[in-house]
Design a protein around this ligand. Structure first.
Ligand SMILES: [Cu+2]
Length: 463
């Protein structure tokens, strides 16, 4: 007679045998060694030396994950783990990410590639990865509970599918999502076209980054995970200006920028000095007849947009989110509006009580950028960044497109500040200033300088 205990032992043995056979089916050599990145710098494009050829992307303040070919399958190894991300020099955040950084590394493959991704969970809780926008078998879609068991802490799971369509994608957990995304778990994915594609152009520079947001109290290191609305750190790839590298181009380069939004609000992304077209979304390339010129495109929550333009005009062109609070770093939003309020008298009175009291915002907030106010440890001024003509008064989601005549192809280094040709910069008017007519006072002329004629609408007697 078989005891209950024996029955379970037998079942366990069968399970182990199945596991062993599937492991050997996957790989004789074991897992690819995980590659860990310790630097937040923008890495040079990773030129493919195995598999199908393609022109690689450049991840803004990020990097592409190396792979290994195993019997025609492209193998990657992602490690979900706590990381320290430098958001800007002097400002570190304790996040969760992949392979040493947050966001995780960009994954680049080619349409038709068979892809196998080992995911090792070194977080204190379970996780999973959803491959946003991909066509794949249902069991590989990564929604914990729905498509698979969550990957327990300490375990490694394997995802495997064919990269079916070319385009711009991202990856992120679909397990305890609110916490894990608030902690920075996300990454970029690009599937390059296998052959010439009617709606995908070849470009000279191909940039990508994610939009992310955190709530890190000044002086602390860990984001508040319960935050729903009041984020204070707005980032391109978990970096804030002036910690974000510029996007560089040689004059007349064709440039593509791919942007994905994993924050909880939309971001109107705005480029100065050039018009672009949205050439693709996470749904695929946009047919040419459906494109129109833009200088701002809104990237809604959970969306991706890829824009393209010719970098025809030399200069340092601002490239930023157009929500003005998103180009600022940690600040209090509950400060009353003080513009135009003269509080010299009240300051004198308050100074008797609080000697260091300082008035903020009396002439606008621009003074903040140059103010040498003592800051708590591990934070960054609200608006900062020295430009060639003073403070740029920006933070958060702001960087520059730097177009130069002599930027070598394949060179992504910051060329420094643009030198404007003589006579092409806004300048001070030093001639006489005529008094505008509307300011001539009534008292000198006896009647209003400008007569406003108001005529009631006629023909609608009922009004
Ligand atoms: Cu924004």
């Amino acid at each position: 007679m078989v005891s209950r205990r024996d029955f379970f032992m037998g079942a366990g043995a069968i399970t182990a045998a199945v596991a062993a056979s599937s492991v050997s089916r996957v790989s004789l050599a074991g897992l690819p060694e995980p590659v860990i990145q310790s630097s937040p710098e923008t890495m040079a494009p990773l030129e493919p030396n195995t598999g199908r050829p393609y022109k690689p992307v450049v991840t803004l303040n990020g990097w592409t994950l190396p792979w290994r070919m195993n019997n025609g399958v492209k193998e990657f190894h992602l490690v979900a783990e706590p990381v320290v991300r430098e958001m800007a020099p002097g400002f570190n955040a304790h996040l969760w990410g992949y392979n040493g950084q947050s966001p995780g590394p960009t994954i680049e493959v080619v349409e038709g590639d068979r892809v196998r991704i080992f995911v090792t969970n070194k977080l204190p809780e379970h996780t999973s990865i959803h491959w946003h926008g991909q066509r794949l078998p249902n069991g590989m879609d990564g929604v914990a509970g729905l498509n698979q068991r969550a990957i327990p802490a300490g375990k490694t799971y394997v995802y495997e599918f064919e990269a079916k369509r070319p385009g711009t994608f991202m990856y992120h957990p679909h397990a305890d999502e609110m916490v894990q995304m608030a902690m920075g778990m996300m990454g970029f994915w690009v599937t390059h076209p296998r052959d010439a594609h009617p709606n995908i152009d070849e470009v000279d520079r191909d940039y990508c980054f994610l939009l992310n947001a955190y709530d890190v109290e000044p002086g602390s290191y860990t984001p508040k995970i319960m935050e729903m609305l009041d984020f204070n750190i707005w980032t391109f790839n978990s970096r804030v200006f002036p910690g974000i590298d510029p996007l560089v181009a040689r004059k007349d380069d064709k440039v593509r920028i791919r942007v994905g939004n994993l924050t909880m609000t939309n971001h109107p992304i705005h480029l100065h000095g050039h018009e672009f077209e949205v050439t693709g979304t996470d749904g695929g390339p946009v047919p040419r007849g459906a494109r129109w010129p833009e200088v701002t495109t809104d990237v809604a929550v959970g969306q991706m947009r890829q824009i393209e333009f010719i970098a025809s005009d030399l200069g340092d062109w601002a490239f930023h989110c157009h929500k003005s609070h998103h180009t600022m770093n940690a600040m209090g939003h509950d400060v009353p509006t003080m513009v135009g309020v003269d509080h010299r008298k009240v300051v004198t009175q308050i100074n008797d009580l609080i000697p260091d009291y300082m008035v903020m915002g009396e002439r606008g907030m621009a003074d903040m950028a140059e103010m040498q106010m003592p800051l708590p440890e591990n934070t960054i001024p609200m608006m900062t960044g020295d430009g060639p003509f003073g403070s740029v008064e920006m933070g958060g989601m702001f960087t520059m497109l730097k177009v130069r005549a002599d930027q070598p192809a394949g060179d992504y280094r910051d060329p420094g500040w643009y030198r404007q040709p003589e006579g092409t910069q806004a300048f001070e008017w030093t001639g006489p200033l005529a008094e505008p007519a509307r300011f001539k006072s009534e008292s000198t002329t006896g009647k209003p300088a400008v007569e406003v004629q108001v005529r009631k609408p006629t023909g609608h007697s009922g009004h």
